[in-house]
Design a protein around this ligand. Structure first.
Ligand code: NAP
Length: 281
């Protein structure tokens, strides 16, 4: 059996067309949605991510501001910038690109973002709202995964979902969203004993660990939906996920590629969250 591909680029195009329409409608009412992206330091991967985010805003009619600071910026100076962005009526979403330099307390910075502008959904108040079933912002990557499941009309309700990875930005919110959609959810982490015993029971398997080839074909239930969030480099420097794609696509029912799977969806859902924030003002 060869799995059907869930193409994140294609799905993104459809969602971004709707984003552009909503952005134009808001702009016509004098409320162009605006996103501020804040980057501290010169991490090369972060620079690529923020450029892509700003470009996606420009391409779809959102206003965007990119604030780039040297790696020796003080925590106080960064907090002052966040405070200014919180008060800026042209800005509906604030994203601080992680990781921050070690001398800055990332937790403190995220908590300084006004929850109603926290388009990443990382603020504890947004994490709490998600946990209690009234999400204001859904973190972009898990939100994108849910849209992928929706795009194939997958019956999440009652399905066994296994999330491998338990970070605050992907694994945990992913598990919450799946749970709210009616799945029976298992969360695995690096201490999980016999990972394969869990993954083999999954109708929906979401893998977000940053460990190349952690999930192999023998760990996947035939016909399952396999969503690979991982972003790693192979020995030739090529982008790859956490799942052994070539062999797993012969077992799974649906699978996401890397690149071209979850990655583009994450940026798309950031645009959606920014639109939602602007629509609420
Ligand atoms: P993270 O904060 O490093 O968390 C990794 C999680 O994986 C942890 O919960 C860890 O368990 C778990 N883990 C590690 N080794 C494992 C193993 N052998 N078996 C089971 N679980 C294991 O990473 P993250 O920020 O969630 O990101 C995960 C991956 O997704 C990375 O490759 C990242 O680049 C990628 N990512 C992609 C996108 C996208 O848009 N495509 C967005 C965000 C992240 P412990 O809790 O026990 O440490």
């Amino acid at each position: 059996m060869t799995a059907q591909l869930i193409n994140g680029n294609l799905l993104s195009q459809t969602i971004r067309a709707d984003v552009a329409k909503r952005a134009a409608a808001l702009t016509a009412r004098g409320r162009q949605p605006g996103l501020a992206v804040v980057l501290v330091g010169d991490n090369p991967a972060s620079q690529v991510y923020v450029r892509n985010k700003v470009k996606a805003c420009e391409d779809n009619g959102l206003h965007s501001v990119m604030e780039k600071y040297d790696g020796d910026m003080t925590e106080a100076a960064l907090l002052a910038r966040i405070d200014a962005l919180n008060k800026d009526p042209k800005i509906h979403g604030i994203l601080v690109q992680l990781p921050l330099p070690a001398h800055i307390d990332a937790h403190k910075v995220i908590e300084a973002i006004a929850p109603e502008k926290d388009v990443d959904g990382f603020h504890v108040s947004n994490a709490g709202l998600l946990m209690t079933g009234q999400p204001l912002f859904r973190p972009c990557t898990p939100y994108g995964v849910m849209k992928m499941l929706e795009s194939i009309d997958y019956p999440v309700r009652g399905a066994n979902a296994v999330v491998v990875g338990a970070s605050n930005i992907v694994g945990k919110p992913q598990a919450m969203l799946l749970l709210q959609a009616g799945a029976t959810v298992t969360i695995c982490n690096s201490k999980t004993r016999d990972l394969g015993a869990h993954t083999r029971r999954a109708d929906i398997l979401v893998v977000a660990t940053g460990k190349r080839n952690l999930v192999t074909a023998d760990m996947v239930k035939p016909g399952a939906v396999v969503i690979d969030v991982g972003m790693n480099r192979d020995d030739n420097g090529k982008l790859c996920g956490d799942v052994d794609f070539e062999k797993t696509k012969e077992v799974a029912g649906w699978i996401t590629p890397v690149p071209g799977g979850v990655g583009p969806m994450t940026i798309t859902m950031l645009l959606v969250n920014t639109i939602e924030a602007a629509e609420r003002t």
